[in-house]
Design a protein around this ligand. Sequence first.
Ligand code: SF4
Length: 361
Amino acid sequence: MKYLYEFRESEKVKLIIKSIEKICKSKWTIMEVCGSQTHSILSAGIDELLPSNITLVHGPGCPVCVTPREVIDKAIALSKMKGTIVFTYGDMLRVPGSRESLFRAKADGAKVKMVYSPFEALEFAKANPDKKVVFFGIGFETTAPCNATVILKARGLNLKNFFVLIAQFRVPPALEAILNDPFNKVQGFLAPGHVCTVMGIEEYLPISEKYNVPIVVTGFESFDISQGILILVSMLERKEKGVKIQYKRSCKPEGNLRAKEVINKVFKIGDLKWRGIGVIKNGGWVLKEEFLDMDANNLLKNYSEEIEEKKEGCIAALILQGKKKPFDCLLFGKECTPLNPLGAPMVSSEGACAAYYKYKR
Ligand code: SF4
């Protein structure tokens, strides 16, 4: 197949679903890790086409959803500082911090600009040496190469007014956190194809071995997802562990060596807090010592952190770990809607609650 539409043809998906029906004998709980996969599943109705003994649960692979409130609070505080401008991606704007969102702060006069690339922030910093420019960059392994590149570029230009507020998450330690949970029900994973396109499968092999779970690196179209489930179910039925790649048109076992090299120049692995899950050991990347002078936290000298405010009744944490689904939340579609989101999974276009609101309500 060559064109995108070919990966969305419903007849092909139906044929694969028939094959899944034929081979599936037992009950299986499968987690699709990435929020984009969740949206594809719901928009194509794959969850409803599958045999009833397969349960799909939705994973924590939505970067906006797992960014802690206190990081958003820091971005807001920076945007309110004299002479400082915060640049970030559009989907971060509406995510609630402890008291408000960047969008609300911007409406009240804070200096926030939406960008499609961190290089827009870099260009602004070059042209405005009197301003302190902060790029608020969040994401998984997919954004890390670009974020690392802009940091290297700023260092090469010797820019003194360019800073970064980074929340850079790593997927494999989150899978381990889910598998280590005594109440875990997940028996197999559809791993995110774009993350593995960057990183390869090397980090997933020991997880599969240690926890005896099959993992299939899967793409994002309905054909990819249904084929990924077919491969995973056949591995589960054969009690086979290991890592297989469904998304071969993009992902190589070794990943993108150039991208990994750039990441390793700027970041080192560190513990990181994931919203809803807590601190995950080695759960992210942090700046290496030689780039710490670009850390926007340095600008927050007199900043006192807010206590994280919990929204009564929001079960986002349980949804992000695959323990509950959005329909289990009593606030879903009532107090909590995309126009008035109470938790991050309803804000983000990749969030599971937003997907259920859009496709299943
Ligand atoms: S529907 Fe809203 S309140 Fe409920 S879990 Fe999702 S984000 Fe939280």
